[in-house]
Design a protein around this ligand. Structure first.
Ligand SMILES: NC(=O)c1ccc[n+]([C@@H]2O[C@H](COP(=O)([O-])OP(=O)(O)OC[C@H]3O[C@@H](n4cnc5c(N)ncnc54)[C@H](O)[C@@H]3O)[C@@H](O)[C@H]2O)c1
Length: 266
């Protein structure tokens, strides 16, 4: 069955639709599984079509679908929302988990003095612009066709809160922009009953973290600074997202949920 046919078959059902970007990543895949289990029809979005398809294939047969698009591309994001809403109906929840942490060609984290324009621009484009484009596409559609319990969840990072030890200035700056955008959007869409919150993970065991830690000794040193004494799991993060998109989180908006084992306390 083709993508369009698969979407059409369930287009008239009353289902809650969740779009997860970065669905092919460690955290995104786990969020897709949690939201599917919670009764959402999940659109697994990722720039990597094979990863998106692989994750959607693990979700069961309730109309969950993969959708390959680049969150940094204005036209691609608009087309993705048009496609989903035309074939499935209005998106209730958006989870912006797509993210990108770039290193230099030699594998080192780029210091500001060595940061190329390519690294700076791509970091902003995926981590910050990508969230803005999804936010704008979502708001315009929900103003025309409101939904109950609208939810928008962004991803920042403890790196933005602490200045980061393993990431880069371009990533930290982009993830800091996400914190501001989350609050601005929370105010702008409150009249629509939509909540907007950010999740700020600490050190979570995914490809992204492993790319920043050079040895098991470095990982142990990192763990020594985490009060709960371990690296976080993708389930730890997905639990927070599952709560934030639930009806139980109706009175939480403009907030940042730290999922970091106590690594950074306010
Ligand atoms: N893992 C951690 O320790 C950690 C810590 C803090 C914040 N985060 C954030 O959590 C989120 C998920 O991280 P993760 O660890 O699962 O990362 P990951 O690298 O495992 O997954 C990221 C996913 O985003 C996708 N992606 C990249 N660029 C894209 C684009 N332009 N359009 C669409 N998809 C794109 C990738 O293909 C990948 O599947 C990210 O926003 C990340 O910055 C992660």
């Amino acid at each position: 069955m083709g993508l369009d046919e698969k979407m059409e078959t369930t287009s008239h059902e009353r289902v809650r639709i969740a779009l997860v970007t970065g669905a092919g990543g460690g955290i995104g895949a786990c969020i897709c599984q949690r939201l599917a289990a919670a009764g959402f029809r999940v659109i697994a979005g990722d720039i990597d079509s094979a990863r998106a398809a692989q994750v959607a294939g693990t979700l069961g047969s309730s109309g969950h679908i993969p959708l390959a698009f680049d969150v940094s591309d204005e036209i691609a994001v608009e087309n993705a929302f048009d496609h989903i809403e035309h074939h499935c109906g209005p998106v209730q929840a958006v989870v912006c988990a797509a993210g990108l942490l770039l290193f230099q060609a030699d594998g080192e984290r780029p210091l500001i003095k060595n940061t190329s324009m390519d690294i700076w621009e791509r970091s902003q484009a995926v981590n910050a612009r990508g969230v803005f484009l999804c936010a704008r596409a979502y708001i315009n559609r929900r103003e025309k066709e409101p939904v109950r319990h609208g939810r928008f969840v962004t991803f920042s990072s403890v790196a933005a809160q602490l200045g980061g030890y393993r990431s880069s200035a371009s990533y930290i700056a982009a993830k800091s922009a996400v914190l501001g955008l989350t609050k601005a959007m929370a105010r702008e869409v409150s009249h629509l009953g939509i909540t907007v919150n950010s999740v700020a993970p600490g050190l979570i065991d995914t490809e992204m973290l492993r790319s920043t830690v050079s040895s098991s000794g470095a990982m142990q040193a990192a763990v020594a600074n985490i009060p709960l004494g371990r690296i976080g799991t993708v389930d730890d993060v997905a639990s927070a997202v599952e709560f934030l998109v639930s009806e139980n989180a109706a009175y939480i908006t403009g907030s940042v949920m730290d999922v970091n084992g106590g690594y950074r306390m306010q």
